[in-house]
Design a protein around this ligand. Structure first.
Ligand SMILES: Cc1cc2nc3c(=O)[nH]c(=O)nc-3n(C[C@H](O)[C@H](O)[C@H](O)COP(=O)(O)OP(=O)(O)OC[C@H]3O[C@@H](n4cnc5c(N)ncnc54)[C@H](O)[C@@H]3O)c2cc1C
Length: 399
């Protein structure tokens, strides 16, 4: 009979960072996940994910990202692998940042300056010279922040899983949580589709987009939304590679478009859209990218990165956000079931916070208050709730 102090359901970034942190605190940890880790459909599994401090007027995420960037550098040393690439962040604006339509961009810029960061505000002429692949006629205003970039998220999960195993975490692949056994409002065990019962003193549900399906009481507060990703093969990668291109946001708060520099390992440039996405069921709905989404992407490139506009599209993917109605993570104990906690709600921006998610979750499991706990507690959200992540282009601020 398998028994743990804490059983973690889900080996994405929320689950794996919690496994490492709890094992460091000397708990006996088990972790279950379908198929293998990193799971090919997990949101955390990708070639790159952005790391940015630019959160508009949101000082808490700014501070969290600031801490995480320093820790990503420590992880590069600790794991002896370049997980985090500090290629910088290029913020592009159609129109002047002070024009009232660019609150996110303007306040992000002001936050950086107020915190003493050297950030280059670029004229059209400078933009043309430094980032020649960008159509500078379209973007009248821009700034470049050298502190930021991307992480190789799939590789991060692989490295964390190796480290977790070295700390004694028992990782059970090909195990899918199906039901949670509760007696007298106390969690007893987790049963899997594969017929195993895992007994534990505490269970942590970190199953990403599947979390609200394992805990239906979360469905009013957390949605699953699918978002398109496009991999394009540039004919000439020179001007799509650092220092000529960094992670970028293209008038993102009014368009949703963002992208990454050329990835030599795969020979591609990845483009994504941080917007409403499509409401969907993680297991039942078709994740295929629609033709009209490709047309939309091509017209964006035609206007913004003309050289990439007709580049071969070598791969597409619809990746799922675990989308809380307010856009904040969900890290807390269950209000009615003792011995049960949740760590989820990445809402399209959780990966960069990996270096801090584990301790936030472990503290909540131990009933402690972390400096960044209050906003991610179990909370009531309703139709009146607006999504607050300012980079995201959302109609009426609703998911
Ligand atoms: C298109 C897209 C772009 C993004 N871009 C960025 C970005 O640039 N920067 C950033 O910081 N963040 C970004 N994010 C957000 C980030 O990827 C997520 O917040 C984060 O990866 C979520 O991690 P997770 O552990 O909650 O979920 P996941 O990574 O999905 O992991 C959940 C795990 O649970 C497992 N699981 C599911 N059901 C069960 C079950 N029943 N039993 C056991 N295990 C189960 C799954 O197999 C999976 O391994 C993006 C997300 C998407 C979708």
């Amino acid at each position: 009979m398998k028994s743990y102090d804490v059983l973690i359901v889900g080996g994405g970034v929320f689950g794996m960072t919690s496994a490492v942190e709890l094992a460091k605190r000397k708990y006996k940890i088990g972790l279950i996940n379908p198929d293998s880790i990193p799971h090919h459909l997990a949101a955390s599994t990708d070639v790159n994910k952005a790391v940015r401090m630019e959160y508009g007027s949101d000082k808490e995420y700014f501070r969290m990202a600031e801490i995480c960037i320093d820790r990503w550098k420590e992880w590069n040393d600790f794991f002896g692998e370049k997980l985090y690439h500090e290629v910088g962040f290029l913020m592009l604006c159609k129109g002047n940042m002070e024009d009232g339509k660019h609150r996110y961009e303007k306040q992000s810029y002001e936050n950086l300056l107020a915190s003493g960061y050297v950030t280059d505000r670029l004229t059209t002429k400078e933009l043309k010279k430094r980032f020649p692949a960008v159509n500078a006629n379209v973007y009248q205003d821009a700034f470049f922040n050298p502190k930021g970039g991307y992480v190789e998220s799939g590789l991060v999960i692989t490295k964390l899983a190796e480290y977790a195993r070295s700390l004694g975490v028992e990782i059970h692949e090909r195990q899918t949580a199906e039901s949670i056994e509760v007696e007298n409002e106390r969690l007893k065990a987790v049963k899997t589709k594969e017929g195993i019962t895992f007994h534990c003193g505490h269970a942590l549900i970190a199953a990403g987009a599947n979390t609200p399906y394992l805990l239906p009481e979360l469905q009013p507060y957390i949605k699953t939304t699918g978002h398109p990703l496009f991999w394009l093969k540039p004919e000439n990668s020179k001007y799509f590679s650092p220092p000529y291109l960094s992670f970028f946001a293209a008038d993102i708060s009014n368009s949703g478009w963002y992208g990454f520099p050329f990835v030599p390992k795969y020979g591609i440039v990845k483009i994504g859209k941080h917007s409403n996405g499509l409401l969907m069921h993680p297991d039942k709905d078709d994740r295929q990218i629609k033709d009209e989404e490709v047309v939309d992407m091509r017209s964006f490139l035609k206007e913004s990165f003309p050289e990439l506009a007709s580049a071969p599209l070598v791969f597409t993917r619809r990746c799922l956000y675990t989308d809380t109605l307010d856009g904040h993570f969900w890290i807390d104990q269950h209000p009615n079931i003792k011995g049960l906690s949740v760590s989820t709600g990445g809402s399209g921006h959780g990966m960069k916070m990996a270096p801090i998610l584990g301790e936030m979750t472990a503290d909540r499991i131990e009933g402690k208050i972390h400096q960044f706990s209050q906003r991610y507690r179990w909370r009531h959200l309703g139709v009146e709730t607006s999504q607050t992540e300012e980079a995201r282009y959302l109609e009426n601020r609703k998911v």
